[in-house]
Design a protein. Structure first.
Length: 210
């Protein structure tokens, strides 16, 4: 807006701002003398027009609305194991630019496309309680944080040599190892050297339960 040929002195100028925005202004009394105002929740400014009746005024709108975000799966208090799909829902008045997934307060994945998902291999963490949280960002840099979701990880732990996962090392595991002797079968390759051999048989024997 510009004002010319008006009386010198104070004049109040108001503007209606959109919901969720702050408004500021730049005011110039000539080509070189300008004043910037930090955005505020208000929408009016008093212009002290100097002699000569000239002033230029520009309004600046700043988005101050944080995105809303929530973890939709898994549910708070649930028990999980294996690979879990963590999903989040996010929205914003000007659009969501990205969603971060955090596990135990550490960043694990950033997704920029809805639906926002994170494939979590729970075997990478210890059994027990763990927390999940999502953070959503918009183009103005506003950040929304979800409520923390707490889950309990309960993955079955097996002894070295328990190839069939029945909870003990016995003749059935020995039979499986023997049938895969000389191969690179990952289940029977207990020491991970790339081949099922005498070293794997030794590991199985050292944990034998009969």
């Amino acid at each position: 807006y510009y004002f010319r040929d008006i009386s010198s002195g104070n004049h109040t100028v108001s503007v209606t701002k959109p919901s969720g925005y702050k408004v500021g202004y730049t005011l110039c009394y000539n080509k070189t003398t300008c004043h910037n105002n930090t955005p505020t929740n208000g929408g009016s400014v008093t212009v002290n027009v100097p002699a000569g009746g000239y002033a230029d005024l520009w309004w600046h709108y700043t988005d101050i609305t944080s995105p809303s975000v929530s973890i939709t799966s898994p549910a708070n208090g649930s028990t999980v194991s294996g690979t879990v799909s963590v999903t989040a829902s996010a929205s914003d008045n000007a659009g969501v630019t990205k969603v971060e997934f955090r596990l135990d307060d550490g960043l694990k994945r950033t997704d920029t496309v809805s639906p926002y998902t994170y494939s979590w291999d729970t075997k990478t963490v210890s059994n027990g309680s763990h927390t999940l949280q999502a953070r959503a960002y918009d183009a103005a840099g506003n950040i929304g944080t979800s409520t923390t979701v707490t889950v309990t990880v309960t993955n079955q732990t097996s002894k070295p040599g328990d190839i069939n996962g029945d909870g003990k090392v016995d003749i059935f595991d020995a039979s499986i190892l023997a049938s895969r002797w000389g191969t690179a079968d990952p289940d029977a390759d207990l020491n991970g050297n790339g081949v099922v051999d005498i070293f794997d048989a030794s590991i199985l024997a050292s944990n034998w339960e009969g």
